[in-house]
Design a protein around this ligand. Structure first.
Ligand code: SF4
Ligand code: SF4
Length: 346
């Protein structure tokens, strides 16, 4: 696997324990959808108050390394203080960028606020076929057309889409890319389309078999070879370093001695304030794994909490070997390499 050069910078930050670079906050457990394999909406209702989020942001500003905060859920649009938070963020202008990951299930009432506060918007879009979309997302009210209409109305310069592939929507992947490409050619700014195979125990039941990955490779070939596709997809960026390779690396015995450095680079905060090193063990795709918890954002000052964090041998656990994603795995591998160089110096 070729390691991305920019990750060397992140490795230095982790090894020198300079501070978090990015964080992700689940604002609320509330959601308008019931996606396959998602546990978020099944949890008892909890959410950040506006003040709790503001305090966390004020503490994050004291990390000179902190670049990026992502708001997620549940559905961030189900958090009643969202627009008020955007107003605060615009007025305070902290040094970090703000991103939202949402499903665009609701109309956007204040387009100006969204465009002004957010540097990036990632919208989940698993199919352009209404029936398949509604089946995957457990939502009979929202249609792909409604989502695209809202994206056009918002017209954000850095709009991206997340496509999660399961056996149910796999057959329509190429059509979806053509559909998004059509919108792009009509003038909708689409920065990128991230295509990932569904992870977590529930999703994996369907995409373990060879047939899934054969179709995956076939679709990838079609998308990469069609010169009419002008949108940038993760297939275009990852080349041969795809999900299959990540899974191969995670299945190697040697991976068990590689440390996970994620808690020194970022965090995933739950609606009850609990902090995890990444969204995977934080419960985005499976149940939240309490053994990975590193603190609580409501109970500790983040500046005091950070120095207590250490790298851990998480790949000894199956959940990490099964689910650790491309970016986290690369970061862990490169930081581990860098730590060995430093440790072996005379
Ligand atoms: S994946 Fe997101 S949109 Fe779907 S049910 Fe879970 S929180 Fe809601
Ligand atoms: S999934 Fe990867 S990044 Fe997350 S805790 Fe496990 S090893 Fe670390």
């Amino acid at each position: 696997m070729r390691l991305k050069k920019e990750f060397a910078y992140y490795a230095k930050i982790a090894l020198n324990r300079l501070g978090w670079i990015a964080g992700q906050v689940e604002l609320t457990t509330k959601c308008f959808q019931r996606c396959r394999g998602c546990m978020s909406w099944q949890q008892p209702h909890k959410e950040f108050t506006l003040d709790q989020l503001k305090i966390a942001c004020q503490q994050l500003v004291s990390f000179p390394t902190f670049e990026h905060l992502t708001l997620t859920g549940g559905d961030p649009q189900a958090w009643s203080s969202l627009n008020e938070f955007f107003r605060w963020y615009i007025a305070v202008k902290p040094q970090f960028k703000l991103q939202i990951n949402c499903a665009m299930t609701q109309p956007i009432k204040n387009r100006w606020l969204w465009r002004e506060a957010l540097s990036d918007i990632k919208v989940s879009m698993d199919s352009c076929n209404e029936k398949i979309y509604q089946l995957i997302r457990g939502d009979k009210k929202t249609t792909p057309q409604m989502i695209m209409d809202r994206c056009w109305k918002l017209d954000h310069p850095r709009l991206a889409f997340n496509v999660t592939v399961y056996p149910e929507n796999q057959i329509g992947l190429v059509d979806l890319i053509y559909n998004l490409n059509w919108h792009h050619q009509q003038g909708l700014s689409i920065r990128k389309v991230m295509i990932t195979a569904g992870i977590g125990s529930e999703a994996r039941k369907g995409n373990q078999d060879k047939n899934f990955w054969d179709i995956w490779q076939k679709h990838k070939k079609i998308i990469l070879s069609d010169k009419n596709i002008a949108i940038n997809t993760s297939f275009h960026e990852l080349h041969d370093e795809d999900e299959l390779m990540v899974r191969d690396i995670c299945s190697l015995q040697g991976i068990k001695s590689v440390h996970c450095w994620s808690s020194l680079l970022g965090f995933h905060a739950k609606p009850n304030g609990d902090l995890y090193p990444c969204c995977i063990v934080g419960g985005e795709v499976a149940e939240t794994l309490e053994e990975f918890k590193v603190g609580n954002i409501f109970e500790s000052n983040l500046k005091e909490l950070y120095p207590t964090l250490t790298s851990q041998l998480h790949y000894k656990k199956e959940v990490c070997r099964d689910n650790c994603m491309y970016k986290q795995l690369q970061l862990n591998l490169i930081t581990e390499q860098a730590s060995e160089v430093i440790l072996s110096l005379p």
